[in-house]
Design a protein around this ligand. Structure first.
Ligand code: S3P
Length: 418
């Protein structure tokens, strides 16, 4: 009988890790970063910043990372963003304010992902962009920008952050509205550094000031999107209790916990504290019986990366779960909408994408079958959790992709059941 127990500590928050590296690169002086994610995506941001002449010390587990900010200069013909959409889109914002041309590219998955959502508003600000279709590679020549007031058609923190970074590096005001509020780590960091950011009636505005970005010290909290896999494994277990330590619980990221609560699993938040402007807690999780629920379009941005693992949880609930308006999942590291549904079916669950909605029917039969991860880290981890159920036989097409956001995923998952 799978019983959980003990303590796990998820790796550093991926979104915050990218942002602190980039802001430290733009700051005057030496910044000290601890708790940074050591996953491949964050290393992609560090690599690109080094290609632009910034000193970033080695990123390895337990190490304090030093970044010496300086004026960016082009040191490489192509900036390689690997698998990381956050690196590509946020760097486009930063490059929009630089007076040189740079070409960005990435791996096959990243080259398929849409970039126009960022390049269109950056062009409105005055950046010159040469692109072939809606994706990488593309060349950006920044320079003298003008201010922008923009209503984004998608609730995307990457779009919002790219535009705020363009305002920051170009020294121009930017106001952004989005259909639903996306994660607000960039806003919190800018406020923490004393830069001119404010919110009014749901619109986020950056107002340039004469001051430079000061160097800073920050400790990055654990990633709730990574913690979600351990939480899910504990909810699905048949006994015991798991402590998940040092998890960022920013309200723009905790939709997963809210939906779990509705499904019947209560997760206690203890030891609440603040780290660099971000709320952090330890999570206490116990197994629970689940019931289906409806996840609304407004909730999706607060749990967008947790849909695969929530769909796995939904497959164990009584009744149907519907995720509304999850079309954005088609343009993540894989077509997550179709692949979550297809993989659930492959292991014996009724699941289907209907239009932009995802429907999952709960069942208590043990999952058995082969899962195609398409090298998508979150699909690999969600279905690895599925494989922890009693009687399960879930075979993953590959496991290496977990290194993108959670290098020690399999070690930690095993430790929960030790
Ligand atoms: C992220 C924003 C989200 C999320 C991604 C990280 C960020 O993407 O899926 O994993 O760090 O800003 P979108 O902005 O495309 O929604």
């Amino acid at each position: 009988m799978p019983r959980v127990g003990g303590v796990v500590r998820p790796p550093g928050d991926k979104s915050i890790s990218h942002r602190v590296l980039m802001l430290a690169a733009l700051a005057r002086g030496t910044s000290e970063l601890t708790g940074l994610l050591t996953g491949a995506d964050v290393k992609s941001s560090a690599r690109v910043l080094r290609q632009l002449g910034v000193d970033v010390s080695v990123i390895r587990a337990g190490a304090r990372v030093q970044v010496i900010g300086k004026r960016l200069t082009p040191h490489a013909a192509r900036l390689h963003c690997g698998n990381s959409g956050t690196t590509a889109r946020l760097m486009l914002g930063i490059l929009a304010g630089q007076k040189f041309a740079a070409t960005l590219t990435g791996d096959a998955s990243l080259r398929r992902r849409p970039m126009r959502r960022v390049t269109e508003p950056l062009k409105q600000m005055g950046a010159e962009i040469q692109e072939k279709g809606d994706g990488l590679p593309l060349t950006i020549r920044g320079g003298k920008l003008r201010g922008l007031t923009y209503t984004s058609p998608v609730a995307s923190a990457q779009v919002k952050s790219a535009l705020l970074f363009a305002g920051l590096t170009g020294g121009v005001p930017v106001t952004i509205r989005e259909p639903y509020r996306s994660r607000d780590h960039t806003e919190r960091l800018l406020a923490h550094l004393g830069l001119g950011i404010h919110e009014r009636n749901g619109a986020i505005s950056y107002q340039p000031s004469a001051t430079n970005i000061p160097s800073f010290e920050v400790s990055v909290p654990g990633d709730i999107s990574s913690a979600a896999f351990m939480v899910a494994a504990a909810v699905l277990a048949e006994g015991g209790e798991l402590l998940v330590e040092n998890v960022g619980v920013n309200p723009t990221r905790t939709g997963f916990l809210a939906v779990l609560e509705r499904m019947g699993a209560h997760v206690d938040r203890v030891n609440l504290r603040d780290e660099g402007g971000e709320p952090v807690a330890d999570l206490v999780v116990r197994p629970a019986g689940l019931k289906g629920t409806e996840v609304s379009a407004a909730e999706i941005p607060t749990l967008v990366d947790e849909v695969p693992v929530l769909a796995v949880l939904a497959s164990r609930a009584v009744g149907e779960t519907v995720f509304r308006e999850v079309g954005e999942l088609r343009v993540k590291e894989s077509n997550r909408l179709e692949l979550v549904a297809a993989n659930l079916r492959a292991v014996g669950t009724r699941a289907e994408a209907r239009g932009n909605d995802l429907h999952v029917e709960g069942s208590d039969a043990p999952p058995r079958g082969r899962v195609e991860t398409a090298s998508d880290h979150r699909l690999a981890m969600a279905f690895a959790v599925h494989g922890t159920l009693a009687g399960a036989d879930v075979r993953l097409s590959e496991k290496r992709s977990v290194a993108i956001s959670y290098p020690n995923f399999f070690r930690d998952l095993k430790a929960c059941f030790a």
